[in-house]
Each structure stands twice: as structure tokens, then as C-alpha cells.
Ligand binder design. Sequence first.
Ligand SMILES: Nc1nc2c(c(=O)[nH]1)N[C@H]1C(S)=C(S)[C@@H](COP(=O)(O)O)O[C@H]1N2
Ligand SMILES: [Mo]
Length: 220
Amino acid sequence: MLGLGALGVVAGARAQQAIDSLLGPLGNSDPTGLTGLLPAAGGFRYYSVTGTTPARADADYRLAVTGLVARPAVLTLAALRAMPQTTLVRDFQCVTGWRVRRVPWSGVMLSQLIESVGPRPQARAVAFRSFDGTYAESLTLEQARRDDVLVALTMYGEPVTRPHGGPVRLYVAPMYGYKSCKWLGEISLTDRVAPGYWERRGYDVDAWIGASNGRDDEPA
Ligand SMILES: Nc1nc2c(c(=O)[nH]1)N[C@H]1C(S)=C(S)[C@@H](COP(=O)(O)O)O[C@H]1N2
Ligand SMILES: [Mo]
């Protein structure tokens, strides 16, 4: 199943290259990387800018929480599961147009994780790094402290699957899907926002659903 999934994503990457070369560099192709030719559960598309679904066994998973903090931490999956869990049921909206209604997520509220490491007064922003080695995202510290931003451990009541960014991904409910960094490996407090992967390629840094990227989607 996972093997097929990985193959499908690679096939998707090749298909995307073919589509891109037909349309040219400014063609109106799916700007978020893979077109998600793999049909995923309930209308999701599986995206990976690296064309891979990186593997991390639950027992080997580590989340580094670092930067402008008093007590840097390296958290195992067990440590994250032992923290208070929050559940959110919200729509998931990609900036390319697809939307999945009423998705249940649960995990650790990012604000609680940030408080637990003691942010330094100079901290203004939070940077996220994927263990895919390429993807990055960021939020202002104020955005990161919202109660609808999760370090997500489950989706639809089950552990986040590998194609969806498991074992741990970010979920930023009020913003377009590209904020929700999959295969989350590092959270770092910084003095300013560093634009993420898609933001360096033209997408809005403040990615509010329905109030950014020239789109008028209803808020999630
Ligand atoms: N590491 C990583 N995270 C990522 C992406 C990606 O390509 N790589 N794509 C983003 C985009 S554009 C969207 S819409 C969602 C899609 O989540 P899904 O693949 O679980 O459907 O993941 C976001 N997080
Ligand atoms: Mo997206």
C-alpha cells in the first residue's frame, strides 16, 4: 500500500513535469507541485514538492523545538502524545481550489508547545522545517499562538498517514494548505518571518483563506 503510494507520487511527479513542459514555465498548471494524480481520501490530494513521501518510523521520530527559546527541546512522538491534545474539525482548503469539508484533526496546540520551551522576548516568528529536507514554512508568533494551529498527530481519528505528512504535520486551520507543513521535523523561534517554500515562489506569506492570494473562498 505504502509502496504503491510512493510509486504513484513519483508517477505524479513525472506527469507534472510533462504538463509543465507542455504549458511552459508560466503555464497555468497546478502551482503547488504535484497535481495529486493519486486520488486521496475524501478529496485530498497528496502533495510533495520533493516527489517523495519521506519515511520516519514512529520510534525514530523527533521534533526539535529550538531557536529563541529558554529551554530547547527534542520531543519524541510519545512525548507529544503525552501532552494535552486538542481536536479541531475544519475545512481544508488548497490555494489551487480544492477543499475538503469538515476534517477532524487532533494534536498539540502549537501555542502550548511554544509556551513549554519559554520563548525569548526577541522572538517574533516561528519557522517550520520538514524532514523531507526541502519544505519550509513560517508564521508570525502572534499567528502561531492562535488556538486553531496544531502540531497534528491524528487526522480522521487515526495517526496522520505517511502520504499526509505523518507521523507529525502542522495544521494551520485558518490558512491555505501550503502553511500546513508535512513531515514536521523542526520548529524554530526566530526574530522575523522567513518566507516559506511556496511564498518564495509568489504565494502570500499571510495565507488567510478567503483573504489572500486573490481568492475569495469562504473562511474554513
Ligand atoms: N513537506 C511538505 N508539506 C506540504 C506540501 C509539500 O509539498 N511538502 N504541500 C502543501 C500544500 S500546497 C498542501 S495543499 C497540503 C496538502 O496536504 P496533503 O498532501 O495531506 O493533501 O500540504 C502542504 N504541506
Ligand atoms: Mo496547496
